[in-house]
Design a protein around this ligand. Structure first.
Ligand code: AMP
Length: 281
């Protein structure tokens, strides 16, 4: 079936309401566009589990800091609509900023605790922007299931917390990280990398791999594990924002790292900030 593009919030809400009234399970995949195989995997997961699938393409200004890449964030709408349709989406919600934040919009959703460390520490306000837009999009679309990538580990944790705290009637599904052949996690921001930086960025998954290997070999001291990771990233020319070993639920740093914990990385290569993570299993 052809993909239906919807721009207005009211029209999106009405379409999803018609589907729900007909008994359909509505799946939802929020994105900022520049879609790649990672996004495709989310759409396919939604397609497999739901009767109707909505993908949103919205570069959310509220989750960018003043010195971040909002203006140059890649926008590839025609290709996005093609990919979304081919992956099995029924509708693409492509709102303008005013449709998401109409005049008078005055609410901020702020999840405390989980948002203070990791990306929250270097991107103040970022997770307020994420939680607010996701809550608003959930309100418009009314999905019964929403699909997120484990790539943004902290984001999924924040959305889960928000959904639980606000008793929103939606199941949050976390999907595995889709990677390039050399292991680099797919990201819309990978487009910023020139050939040399792109090669060096493969140190990110290698660092996570090396950290996980240390733990598997019996090293439980986070400082040592993280030291190995940091050294690999810096040797590749990366400027480390953070390397962390945290509890999978609380996202608090662990004193002893072991199975079930998560290793996370944020690192800059050139002007591009990359994040990745690995759950130790
Ligand atoms: P974004 O467009 O970057 O905001 O991402 C939209 C959704 O796609 C988020 O839930 C991301 O976690 C997810 N996503 C981004 N990259 C990947 C990837 N490489 N594998 C799986 N999911 C991803």
């Amino acid at each position: 079936m052809a993909l239906e593009r919807v721009d207005a919030a009211a029209a999106m809400g009405a379409l999803a309401a018609r589907w729900r009234a007909a008994g359909a399970r509505v799946g939802f995949v929020p994105t900022m566009g520049a879609l790649h195989a990672g996004h495709r995997s989310l759409i396919q997961a939604a397609r497999a589990e739901c009767d109707r699938v909505v993908v949103s393409v919205f570069v959310n200004p509220r989750q960018f800091g003043p010195d971040e890449d909002l203006d140059r964030y890649p926008r590839t709408l025609d290709a996005d609509l093609r990919l979304a349709g081919e992956a099995g989406a029924d509708a693409a919600f492509v709102p303008k900023v005013e449709a998401v934040y109409p005049p008078g919009f005055a609410t901020t959703v702020s999840v405390s605790g989980l948002t203070e460390g990791l990306c929250g520490a270097s991107r103040p306000g970022h997770f307020d922007g994420v939680a607010t837009v996701v809550a608003r999009l959930f309100g418009i679309v009314g999905p019964c299931r929403a699909y997120f990538g484990q790539k943004d580990y902290q984001q999924v944790a924040v959305v889960r917390r928000m959904v639980a705290d606000l008793a929103l009637p939606v199941a949050v599904v976390s999907c595995p990280i889709v990677r390039e052949p050399d292991g680099l996690a797919m990201s819309s921001r990978n487009r910023y990398l020139d050939a040399d930086t792109r090669r060096r960025a493969a140190a990110v998954p290698r660092a996570l791999e090396a950290g996980a290997a240390r733990v598997a070999a019996g090293e439980h001291d986070p400082e040592r594990v993280l030291g190995v990771m940091r050294a690999l990233l810096e040797a590749a020319g990366g400027r480390v924002d953070y390397v962390a070993a945290v509890n999978a639920e609380t996202l608090r740093a662990v004193a002893r790292v072991g199975m079930g914990d998560v290793l996370l990385v944020a690192v800059r290569f050139g002007g591009t900030r990359l994040i990745d993570n690995r759950v130790l299993s």
